[in-house]
Design a protein. Structure first.
Length: 262
């Protein structure tokens, strides 16, 4: 199950879903609560997007995981990576991958996400990155033409309430930003960072990795050089996806049943 992050639409996982399906997995890419069918629709009608907070988002995906016939592998990007950690820490899912995850617990400030509070779409409940800010902060490791293409297809507004819950702008973080880093009974966790990421710096992900240091449960870190926050959607997505597939295979986590590759 794939969980997208802030300012991305569920379609941001379309290439991953196809890749994982080709390897025998049953891939699911459920959107956030009430998410419109496309990113352009969400940008054109931001008031139609529910004012979702971190608690709402976490419980939304927890309910989906509980409804699965078997515990899924949970792959999350950005805020989705935080949610993935929360779920695996709560004993939901058989393994989790958190890619450029929004900081958890007391690790690092939410400085990157806070940068969206000024200069982007407005004073209301929704915050939309401008094209320039997306190119400079989110897709900083790709060329301008690719950044424009990614913006058109995937970028959506984000509830200001969610940014507040993440602790952006010095606000207190929601309790949902706390994860059980000491749970020794959870499934394996892979943390992934892009070393050119400006929204969730590599140092923040390394800090999260260190926070799991006292747990005997499997926790691993993979760093990708020259990659920014767009590493799951830009032209280099496949190297990240294939690393995740290889990591799962090494952990003995493979598709089973009618969807398994032959």
């Amino acid at each position: 199950m794939f969980i997208h992050g802030a300012w991305m639409h569920a379609l941001s996982w379309e290439s991953w879903a196809e890749r994982f399906t080709s390897r025998g997995y049953l891939a699911r890419t459920p959107g956030w609560p009430g998410e419109p069918a496309t990113a352009p629709e969400a940008r054109e009608h931001p008031d139609a997007v529910p004012d979702t907070g971190l608690d709402d988002l976490t419980e939304h995906y927890a309910a989906i995981v509980r409804s699965c016939e078997a515990p899924p592998v949970i792959v999350g990007h950005s805020v989705g990576g935080l949610v993935a950690q929360h779920l695996i820490g709560a004993g939901l899912g058989q393994a989790a991958v958190a890619i450029a995850p929004a900081p958890v617990d007391g690790v690092g400030p939410c400085s990157g996400h806070a940068g969206a509070d000024a200069g982007d779409a407005g004073d209301g409940a929704m915050v939309l990155l401008s094209r320039r800010r997306f190119r400079d902060a989110f897709a900083n490791a790709v060329g301008p033409e690719e950044a424009e293409r990614l913006y058109d297809r995937y970028v959506v507004p984000v509830p200001r309430r969610l940014l507040d819950d993440l602790g952006c702008g010095g606000r207190p973080r929601s309790p949902s930003a706390l994860v059980d880093v000491g749970n020794v009974a959870r499934g394996p966790l892979l943390l992934v960072s892009g070393q050119e990421d400006l929204l969730v710096p590599d140092a923040a992900t390394r800090g999260v990795y260190k926070a799991y240091g006292d747990s005997t449960a499997t926790t691993e870190l993979k760093q990708f050089a020259d990659r920014g926050h767009s590493l799951v959607v830009d032209a280099g997505w496949r190297s990240v996806a294939d690393h995740v597939l290889g990591w799962l295979d090494e952990r003995g986590i493979r598709p089973a049943g009618p969807h398994a590759a032959r």
